[in-house]
Design a protein around this ligand. Structure first.
Ligand code: SAM
Length: 295
């Protein structure tokens, strides 16, 4: 019989975006409060989850405000640009790390019982990682640094990410699943959006650098926020009998494991939708990372 869970988590979802952590949390607990400064992210979150994130700037959040939610778990995906292969690698010196820094300043006052942080692989070994490790140690939390990719979960998409999992209880790394990869065809829209096809001049200019896949393939590269505005190293493009096209936002959402009913508010422009997805979590991978807090 499956081990009984001893407690339901009461989570703060920090840098909440589309609400990936809320989806990954599922029945493990509830989100006490979500925080994000981006209007498009918050409108999308509200539409899909029926709860609205607070639009407060986390870099200046008062301790009393975070404490008021009486949360025991922090689920967080701080901006990854300071740690990205293509970013400036400034880590904590990057202004986009100010909010993470603020949370680390508040940590001694409000240490959670559990925490899961998601980021790109460059986070491991960074000064931000070192600061987090120091805070966890100082407050007696056990820690695991995990790396996982949706391709191990049967999803034909490369998106390796780091998860730092911490808990007051001892932790043990769980084996990664190794599910057979599904075909891209399973993730495609029934009716194609013709406007996603690349024009001849664009194709001629970028074709050598494009990562092309077909519906029969079982792989695609990581879709980043600039997908469609950048062509090279931004995500795969689909080759069909008619030409080469972008994946639609619904197709990218399926490849991330977002639920079938996931949608965007009408006022959120196409490029903003790709950006939100490109910032998002692979839901089965995040749920696996969270499962380390079961106990
Ligand atoms: C990597 S994304 C997180 C994505 C999220 N986990 C999801 O499931 O979609 C980072 C998010 O942090 C938000 N953000 C960045 N800096 C912030 C700050 N200083 N205060 C609050 N939110 C911030 C951004 O608007 C963005 O939505």
């Amino acid at each position: 019989m499956r081990e009984l869970r001893l407690r339901m988590m009461r989570a703060l979802e920090l840098f909440s975006g589309l609400g990936g952590w809320r989806l990954a949390l599922g029945g493990r607990g509830e989100v006490a409060a979500a925080y994000d400064v981006n209007e498009a992210a918050n409108a999308t979150y509200t539409l899909n989850h029926g709860a609205s994130p607070k639009a407060s700037e986390l870099a200046t959040i008062p301790a009393s405000e975070l404490a008021s939610h009486r949360a025991d778990t922090w689920l967080l995906s701080p901006p990854c640009q300071p740690f990205c292969r293509m970013g400036n690698h400034q880590g904590l010196d990057d202004r986009r790390s100010r909010a993470f820094h603020r949370l680390m300043d508040l940590f001694p006052e409000l240490p959670p019982e559990g925490l899961v942080l998601e980021n790109v692989s460059g986070f491991l070994g960074s000064d931000a990682h070192a600061l987090l490790v120091e805070r966890l140690r100082a407050h007696g939390l056990h820690r695991l640094d995990l790396v996982a990719c949706p391709s191990r979960f049967g999803l034909p998409n490369q998106r390796p990410r780091v998860f730092v999992v911490a808990s007051r209880r001892p932790l043990e790394a769980r084996p990664l699943p190794d599910l057979p990869l599904r075909r891209i065809a399973e993730f495609l829209d029934d009716v194609e959006d013709e406007s996603l096809y690349l024009s001849e001049p664009i194709l001629a200019r970028h074709r050598p650098g494009l990562d092309l896949v077909t519906a029969e393939d079982r792989r695609s590269t990581c879709f980043i926020g600039g997908y469609g505005q950048r062509y090279v190293a931004s995500g795969s493009f689909l080759r069909t009998t008619r030409g080469v096209r972008r994946f639609s936002t619904a197709e990218v959402a399926r490849l991330l494991g977002l639920p079938a009913g996931f949608r965007f508010p009408a006022h959120v422009p196409l490029e903003a939708r790709y950006k939100l997805l490109g910032n998002g979590l692979s839901i089965p991978v995040a749920a696996w990372a969270l499962s380390h807090l079961d106990g």
